[in-house]
Design a protein around this ligand. Structure first.
Ligand code: PEP
Ligand code: MN
Length: 263
């Protein structure tokens, strides 16, 4: 179902009115975790003004340590929904538990499957039964064939609305958090009709590398860019060190727009 051979035309995924694919870019921005309401409103106001068309924030955080902040749960979903309604922007949030699909789908416009859960087949099957669009991130040790098979799990349950995301893979070099596999974009797009976006935030883990990698992703043909933004990275509940400030996001979005116009 995911194969380009069977469906030569690129799919356009509609996320509550925002289209991703076929030349239309999904610009996802927001903090790693949903935090307090005022801060979320502040960050959303600024990224919306800059031109982001999807807002993100995790209410259920898959953390390496069980002692790290695990997310605000349903309270976080409520805040995220309110932010989306206030600014008229669709919201994306991660789902980590197959038992929560209905709950999360009540609040969110798009369900994110994180890298750590890309091969959680029960979870894939459950989001496949939902009608909400899905953002499926590539696992940090997953091949492109693995990623496409995971998409197949969702599609085969009847949900055709899948957007793929390259977010970096494990490498031997600790210079960057992960290795940004920019070639994955055209490789995936050759194999599937589904849109593919890039996430230079998790791919590099370094604010200084996010702008060049975002532009490289677009130059490689990505259907959108996912960037974490926080107004006070030192206070962020997760992934603060890789967050861009709102002004930095504004700048890179202008550059991305210029580049998209050139392509
Ligand atoms: C996230 O988007 O905050 C996240 C945890 O991403 P990934 O699953 O790519 O690590
Ligand atoms: Mn994050």
């Amino acid at each position: 179902l995911a194969s380009r051979e069977a469906h030569p035309e690129s799919s356009v995924i509609d996320v509550s009115g925002v289209k991703i694919g076929g030349g239309q870019l999904g610009m996802i921005a927001g903090p790693c975790s949903v935090e307090d309401r005022e801060r979320m409103m502040r960050i959303a106001e600024s990224v919306c003004e800059s031109g982001a068309n999807l807002f993100r924030g995790g209410a259920y955080k898959p953390r390496t340590s069980p002692y790290a902040f695990q997310g605000l749960g349903e309270k976080g979903l409520e805040i995220l929904r309110d932010v989306g309604d206030r600014f008229g922007i669709p919201v994306v949030t991660e789902i980590t538990d197959p038992r929560n699909v209905e709950l999360v789908a009540q609040y969110a416009d798009m369900l994110q499957i994180g890298a750590r859960n890309m091969q959680n087949f029960v979870l894939l099957t459950e989001v496949g039964k939902s009608s909400r669009p899905v953002l499926l991130k590539r696992g940090m040790s997953a091949t492109i064939a693995d990623l496409l098979m995971s998409a197949e799990y969702i599609l085969s349950e009847g949900n055709p609305n899948v957007v793929l995301c390259e977010r970096g893979i494990k490498s031997f070099d600790p210079s960057t958090r992960n290795l940004f596999d920019v070639a994955a974009v055209p490789v995936v797009q050759g194999l599937t009709h589904l849109p593919m976006i890039v996430d230079p935030s998790h791919a590099t883990g370094r604010p200084d590398l996010i702008p060049p990698c975002a532009l490289a992703g677009l130059a490689a043909g990505a259907d959108g860019v996912h960037i974490e933004v926080h107004d006070c990275p030192e206070e962020a509940k997760s992934d603060g060190p890789q967050a861009l400030l709102p002004e930095q996001y504004k700048q890179i979005l202008q550059q991305m727009r210029l580049m998209a116009d050139l392509l």
